[in-house]
Design a protein around this ligand. Structure first.
Ligand SMILES: [Zn+2]
Length: 149
């Protein structure tokens, strides 16, 4: 991580927005990695060794695979040329993990206390949350600002 930041700092001509974006995405990647190692320990280790996920896994039906050290989903839009690689192969996150809940809350607030469908659409641009709809609904229901309205 530090090495990465130093690398970014060297590129002085790069504008601040780009730099922020790079650091944010590197930090995000580390968080996702942490979530996956905690929530899908066995699956992570199997995929890392090029093996198949066990049938009783929550990831079994997702055609999950390892990409840049993270477990991703091979989506239905895989062969569509107009859609970016991130949307085609979103990173899998555990609906029960605290980070996922915080991430959903972040989206919820970013889109001015948006409802389930909008958050789902936005999150799917990058992430595949297990039982996403339910996870998002739980977060919305826990939002204090929404309770008051
Ligand atoms: Zn809210």
């Amino acid at each position: 991580m530090l090495k990465f930041i130093r690398k970014c700092q060297k590129k002085e001509d790069k504008n601040k927005y780009e730099l922020d974006l790079e650091i944010t995405s590197a930090a995000e990647k580390l968080w996702c990695l942490q979530v996956q190692k905690e929530s899908f320990k066995e699956e992570y280790s199997l995929l890392q060794r090029g093996k198949n996920i066990q049938k009783n896994s929550r990831l079994y039906r997702l055609s999950a695979f390892m990409k840049n050290g993270l477990i991703c989903v091979r989506g239905r839009t895989e062969y569509s040329p107009e859609i970016s690689q991130e949307v085609k192969q979103p990173i899998i996150l555990d609906n029960k993990h605290l980070y996922t809940k915080l991430l959903v809350m972040d989206y919820h607030k970013k889109y001015i206390h948006a409802g389930t469908q909008l958050i789902l659409n936005e999150i799917r641009q990058r992430y595949w949350i297990i039982y996403a709809r339910k996870a998002i609904l739980n977060v919305i229901n826990s939002c204090n600002a929404c309770k008051i309205r």
